[in-house]
Design a protein around this ligand. Structure first.
Ligand SMILES: *[C@@H]1O[C@H](CO)[C@@H](O)[C@H](O)[C@H]1NC(C)=O
Ligand SMILES: *[C@@H]1O[C@H](CO)[C@@H](O)[C@H](O)[C@H]1NC(C)=O
Ligand SMILES: *[C@@H]1O[C@H](CO)[C@@H](O)[C@H](O)[C@H]1NC(C)=O
Ligand SMILES: *[C@@H]1O[C@H](CO)[C@@H](O)[C@H](O)[C@H]1NC(C)=O
Ligand SMILES: *[C@@H]1O[C@H](CO)[C@@H](O)[C@H](O)[C@H]1NC(C)=O
Ligand SMILES: *[C@@H]1O[C@H](CO)[C@@H](O)[C@H](O)[C@H]1NC(C)=O
Ligand SMILES: CC(=O)N[C@H]1CO[C@H](CO)[C@@H](O)[C@@H]1O
Ligand SMILES: [Zn+2]
Length: 469
């Protein structure tokens, strides 16, 4: 107890030493933790990490110069829109959250998932719980505008506010609603967590290919204008500086070509398999002798790798789910798998191996919880979830991320600038611990273990970390 009081008094001191102005996340004088800052998570679909170096994006630059930038976010396999958007809000690999592709088949229920098909059937989403639901349990209201899954009654709940998916709703309208929900009203407290989704630059990347500088420059100028609009709208609403804003994406984009097509019909008759998904990652169910079908596919093309389900590499985290089909085929970067013909449907695509830099998005963040002007080379997209839970003070559901890896982004994280301060705090705590331990040691000769209070102290900051494995 003593220790807690001492620490509670140390924390504001420490924070005050780094910042002239106390920010909203700072504990107040009465020692009670303050309400956390609201959080807004924004995704611009298909924003490849290196677009940031290739194109001038002044509004986005302004945002991360006042905050943090993760140059490359290692996303999850498969590098598709739905799997990655669900990973961002659950911290889970695709095999653990169940949204494994844009087209799925579940043999036990004979159900099919496809975009514009039955994607709102909660069955597909119920293997995980996204943050907009978990945060409801902390009595926060939550909101989402078009984020994949946010208009689905997952485990019988939706966010407090949401927009049904509709591509025709312009960015400004999605933003206006999100801003209103974050702001709240006299009748209702503002949302603590909000998610906002926009389809570009993915659409342009698919249509014209990421190598088309003219098309990409135009699309990215628009995206940057949207970031500008976002900041000015939050300012107008009096929220800028009070809200932690994360801007990120789901995946990158690779250039495709009519010279890089892999035709399945060249290798085996279509009657020998049932096709579930056809993309850079193809999923199929053999209808004939599985070993024969597999061996035909394995020897089909040098730029395509065939995996039997049980042999899918661990690092992809794409095996332990009944929705992974018996055979998957993965094309090399820039190659496309088709059944027949020579028609190139898209000049750009994604869904390739998640260790390819071209598949990686970025993460920029700004707000009271983040350091200013901090840049780092990489992070995993599954780490974004424990980071957000930490900022919101929401207990995270079991996940595959690590708050420890994301901690350097945080104002309260141990960064180079804070080393001296941290050292002072540590020395102070150690001194106090020594005296407290002595005191207790005198009173309780049975000598309950000394290090225990210290572990607990670390837990104050890190307790969600221990829930992870
Ligand atoms: C599975 O569903 C399809 C229609 O979606 C139907 O044609 C087929 O007969 C069903 N198969 C089984 C085994 O129920
Ligand atoms: C949420 O509110 C309910 C009802 O007011 C209350 O029972 C519960 O303890 C609250 N939960 C949290 C985490 O504050
Ligand atoms: C690049 O995109 C523009 C549209 O922005 C289009 O007019 C042009 O034909 C494209 N160039 C190539 C080489 O595809
Ligand atoms: C495919 O299946 C048929 C029988 O349906 C079989 O005759 C044929 O040899 C199989 N192999 C290929 C390469 O299509
Ligand atoms: C395609 O396969 C060839 C032959 O194995 C290999 O040299 C090349 O690097 C592959 N292309 C890609 C993009 O991996
Ligand atoms: C990911 O997290 C889930 C939930 O805790 C767990 O079941 C799964 O085993 C984890 N995956 C890995 C590769 O650790
Ligand atoms: C569903 C919803 O609330 N949509 C609203 C979003 O905001 C615009 C105005 O900014 C309203 O016209 C919509 O009704
Ligand atoms: Zn996408």
């Amino acid at each position: 107890m003593l220790l807690r009081i001492f620490l509670a008094s140390l924390v504001p001191l420490a924070l005050a030493a780094t910042n002239e102005q106390p920010e909203p996340g700072t504990p107040v004088a009465n020692g009670l933790p303050p309400p956390p800052s609201p959080l807004l998570l924004v995704s611009f679909d298909g924003f490849r990490a290196d677009y940031l170096q290739q194109f001038h994006m002044p509004n986005l630059e302004l945002l991360y110069r006042g905050g943090v930038l993760v140059e490359q976010l290692t996303n999850v396999f498969t590098t598709k829109t739905f799997p990655n958007h669900y990973s961002l809000v659950t911290g889970l690999y695709a095999e653990s959250h169940g949204i494994l592709a844009s087209r799925m088949y579940d043999a036990a229920s004979n159900k099919t998932f496809s975009l514009g098909g039955h994607e709102k059937d909660p069955f597909w989403w119920n293997q995980a719980e996204p943050l907009w639901l978990t945060a409801l349990d902390s009595n926060y209201s939550t909101a989402a505008a078009m984020w994949p899954g946010s208009d689905v009654a997952i485990r019988n709940r939706t966010p407090t506010h949401f927009l049904p998916y509709d591509t025709s709703v312009p960015f400004a309208e999605r933003l206006a609603n999100v801003s209103r929900w974050l702001k709240g009203s006299e009748q209702e407290k503002g949302a603590m967590f909000a998610a906002l989704y926009w389809e570009e630059p993915d659409r342009t990347g698919h249509k014209f290919g990421p190598d088309n500088n003219t098309a990409m420059a135009k699309a990215l100028k628009e995206v940057d204008d949207h970031v500008g609009l976002l900041v000015s709208e939050l300012r107008r609403a009096g929220l800028w500086g009070l809200v932690n804003v994360l801007v990120t994406s789901d995946h990158g984009m690779a250039q495709c070509s009519a010279q890089r097509l892999i035709r399945l019909d060249d290798c085996l008759d279509p009657s020998n398999y049932t096709l579930v998904d056809l993309a850079p990652l193809t999923a199929l169910i053999p209808t004939q002798d599985p070993d024969m079908v597999f061996s035909l596919l394995a020897n089909c093309h040098p730029n395509m790798t065939a995996y039997k389900k049980e042999a899918i590499p661990d690092r992809l985290h794409y095996r332990n789910n009944p929705r992974v089909q018996p055979i998957i085929l993965l094309a090399d970067e820039g190659w496309l798998i088709i059944q027949r013909g020579d028609k190139l449907l898209t000049l750009g695509n994604h869904g390739y191996d998640n260790n390819l830099p071209s598949m990686h998005p970025f993460l920029a963040a700004s707000g009271p919880g983040f350091r200013q002007g901090f840049r780092t080379a990489g992070l995993s997209s599954v780490d974004v979830y424990p980071l957000m839970c930490h900022l919101l003070g929401v207990p995270p559901a079991p996940n595959n991320g690590s708050l420890a890896r994301a901690r350097p982004l945080l104002l309260s994280g141990e960064g180079p600038a804070d080393v001296a301060l941290v050292a002072c705090v540590v020395v102070g705590v150690l001194l106090l611990l020594t005296s407290v331990t002595c005191l207790f040691g005198l009173r309780k000769p049975r000598g309950s273990r000394g290090p225990v209070p210290f572990q607990r102290l670390q837990l104050e900051e890190d307790d969600d970390e221990l829930l992870l494995d």
